[in-house]
Design a protein around this ligand. Structure first.
Ligand code: ZN
Length: 176
């Protein structure tokens, strides 16, 4: 018995020295270049508390987009904040229309498998109508290609119609 004891073994191979040009006297890691690759399934379950942000997600489930406003300085936080970061006052919940303008975005063509999302994944930064800061979330249904995404285009919150595994997934952005 030997390596066959490792049921999930994918391969054992000798890796090359990627910096051979830097090791004229020989590879200092030569004895460590025998590399084992395994397939390792990791499955974790977390008990995750959403804390003071919970109401935001509860209302998303009711297809309402709410956020917080500081009654002291008037700032409306596009992502809710229980405490105003400008003046340290406790904020109040307000409802917004759920529309906004695309201020910036980034496109990921690789996403870790645990995220269970299709690529390209477009992360949008949206100035919500009625808010003073940007809200970041996924942009979907933008058309055939990411070339159709334009800075400054109007977008809106789209609410989940199927059960989701995390309250974050109760919404995404779409072109308005
Ligand atoms: Zn404030």
């Amino acid at each position: 018995m030997g390596l066959e004891l490792i049921s999930n073994l994918m391969e054992v191979f000798t890796a090359e020295d990627p910096m051979a040009f830097d090791h004229p006297e020989g590879d200092p890691w030569a004895d460590f270049r025998e590399v084992m690759r395994i397939e390792w399934k990791m499955d974790f379950t977390y008990k995750h508390v959403l804390g003071k942000y919970s109401k935001f997600f509860i209302e998303l489930a009711n297809k309402k987009f709410i956020t917080t406003k500081c009654e002291n300085c008037g700032k409306v936080w596009g992502i809710p904040r229980p405490l105003c970061a400008d003046c340290m006052s406790i904020t109040k919940w307000i409802e917004l229309p759920g529309t906004g303008t695309l201020e910036s975005y980034s496109v990921s063509n690789f996403v870790p498998a645990f995220m269970k999302v299709e690529t390209p994944y477009v992360l949008a930064m949206v100035k919500m109508d009625g808010a003073d800061t940007l809200f970041t979330h996924q942009l979907k249904n933008y058309g055939e290609s990411t070339d159709e995404i334009k800075m400054g285009m109007p977008v809106k919150v789209a609410y989940a119609t199927e059960p989701v595994e995390h309250p974050m997934l109760l919404m995404h952005f779409e072109p308005a």
